[in-house]
Write a protein that binds this ligand. Structure first.
Ligand code: CA
Length: 226
């Protein structure tokens, strides 16, 4: 079920919107001030936020600014008529859309559907990486080459994901260590070579073309030469 957080201090308006959205099949939770709204939004689990700008405590723009440090939940701002600056600032700060008060419920519903659709498309794009016939579904933690499913360990998966995200870019051992192992590695840098070998054995052995290639004296690159 799609969960919407409504942050709006005008309680009558909030109840009306809640009623209409519930009627449309959305699950709605309400906050009447900015601070509470931000807390709830940061805990997560919402598919969309409807965020009023003029709020007690933190105003809507401030809620948005702080929220965007950790969450990319779609946000539709509810703005007062003619508050052009608020709209511009809101969009600049990462709001997805805005609706001007007073709004019709039909308009609000249309904006909500549009924002949720956009979100679904983005999620799909974000989670599917590919190079030739090699595909990594990040959200499902699934790797396939052609029609064959490939089992990777956690570290191998992280390494492959990083190669996929930087397809065609030559990556040095140091870069790989820092990004995939995530610390100033003090031991042998050949840990990268070892894992690249493991990974090759799984994604390239028995397949053509070979995707994970060595660039002598520099590092490794994932690319499709075919
Ligand atoms: Ca208000």
């Amino acid at each position: 079920m799609t969960r919407i957080l409504l942050v709006e201090d005008e309680e009558k308006l909030a109840r009306f919107v809640e009623l209409e959205l519930t009627h449309e099949g959305y699950q709605v939770e309400k906050a009447f001030d900015g601070r509470t709204g931000l807390d709830m939004a940061e805990k997560g689990g919402f598919d969309l936020l409807l965020l009023d700008i003029m709020l007690p405590g933190l105003n809507g723009l401030e809620v948005l600014r702080r929220l965007r440090k950790s969450k990319q939940t779609p946000v539709i701002m509810l703005t007062a008529r003619d508050a052009v600056m608020d709209k511009v600032t809101g969009l600049d700060m990462g709001a997805d859309d805005y609706v001007t008060k007073p709004f019709s419920i039909e308009e609000l519903l249309a904006r909500i559907r549009a924002a949720l659709r956009k979100q679904t498309v983005q999620k799909k794009e974000d989670s599917l990486l590919s190079c030739a016939d090699l595909t990594v579904d990040v959200s499902r933690h699934r790797v396939t080459r052609g029609s064959k499913e490939i089992e990777l360990t956690g570290r191998e998966f992280s390494l492959l994901q990083f190669f996929m995200e930087n397809k065609t870019i030559v990556l040095s051992r140091d870069q790989l260590l820092e990004k995939v192992w995530g610390y100033d590695y003090m031991g042998e840098t050949n840990v990268v070579d070892v894992y690249v070998r493991y990974l090759r054995g799984k994604i390239d052995e028995g397949f053509e073309p070979k995707l994970l290639q060595t660039v002598r004296g520099v590092g490794y690159v994932l690319r499709d030469d075919a």
